[in-house]
Design a protein around this ligand. Sequence first.
Ligand code: NAD
Ligand code: DAU
Length: 336
Amino acid sequence: MNILVTGGCGFIGSNFILYWLKRYPNDFVINLDKLTYAGNPQNLSSEENNSHYKFVKGDITDDRLVDELISKVDTVVHFAAESHVDRSISGPSVFVQTNVLGTEILLEKAVKHKVKRFHHISTDEVFGALKTSDTSKFSERTNYNPRSPYSASKAGSDHLVRAFYHTYGLPTTITNCSNNFGPFQHPEKLIPLAITNLLEGKKVPVYGKGNQIRDWLYVEDHCRAIETVLQKGEAGQTYCVGGLTEDILNLEVIKLIIKLLGKSEEEIEFVKDRPGHDEKYSIDWSKIKNELGWKPLHSFEEWLKITVEWYKEHQEWWKKIKNEEWKRYYQRQYDQ
Ligand code: NAD
Ligand code: DAU
């Protein structure tokens, strides 16, 4: 397979490329990434001399570049996006630019060059929010109801992908997954933020009362799900992908991390809530399990322990990210 991966220097994209090249060393992977604040080519330093891997620094909204790169591949796996909800609240415009327009440009070129598969990585946030007391889950049949600029832009991109399948017959697939965690995740997101703050002797900022619920998915389980959909998924279909957590509150997640690091619960700091904060996400992943045979492996606690160890062992990696620019972001976001 010749694959164009977009956003391959980000958290999930770099995990996916490492996973793929290990399992399919004869395939070719081109990684197109703009290297925004979230992109880190160091994640893929092990592949620098791999003749089956090529990194191209560029923007998915660059029509000419996208045209040239897609002409060389048979498969597109599209991760590139602005991905942080808080940043979409303070600056929504770039979310529309990258997530909506960028996806449209990729789709157009994929039609032109007749790619065999266009796989789009999306989110469960397009479905809106459940109540904490709800026992129902999001599934492929749930209506779209995005509530943040981030999720609205992802919903827009999903609609375009579906439209290109129906209108132009482009063989597309979509995965809508829940909150990922694991190695190489930017410390702006809750789990790595908590781990790295605690390792630095800083407090963990918890929005509101910390009583929101997320469905946690280990990134390697997600990579296996994408592999499964690429190999067995049906064009035009959407698959929901989630983890093994049972309704765990954000506050409980933080307490587990505190325990794993041998710290005190006094390190929790309740801060101003996120505007429009979605209460709960929960995913019904029975379609991908029953139709394609995928399921998540291992418990949340097991994967969390592995993740905490990874951040303990890779302090150089995240300390470089927590630079002066980060400190300014942190002040804007939390010191209010
Ligand atoms: P990330 O923010 O860690 O990485 C995004 C990558 O995209 C970065 O390397 C960045 O440089 C690149 N990028 C951004 N704008 C670009 C542009 N215009 N052109 C080219 N490259 C660009 O994101 P992530 O957490 O790895 O998420 C990857 C995808 O998965 C996104 O589409 C996101 O919406 C989706 N998703 C993420 C999660 C999660 O929990 N992280 C859950 C569900 C879905
Ligand atoms: O559900 C999938 C989505 O998960 C992805 O589409 C997004 O790209 C990804 O960023 C993630 O969105 P969330 O907003 O759920 O993730 P985040 O890590 O930002 O927050 C997780 C929960 O923790 C959420 O309820 C907000 C809360 N939180 C977050 C931060 C950064 C805090 O309480 N304090 C914080 O400092």
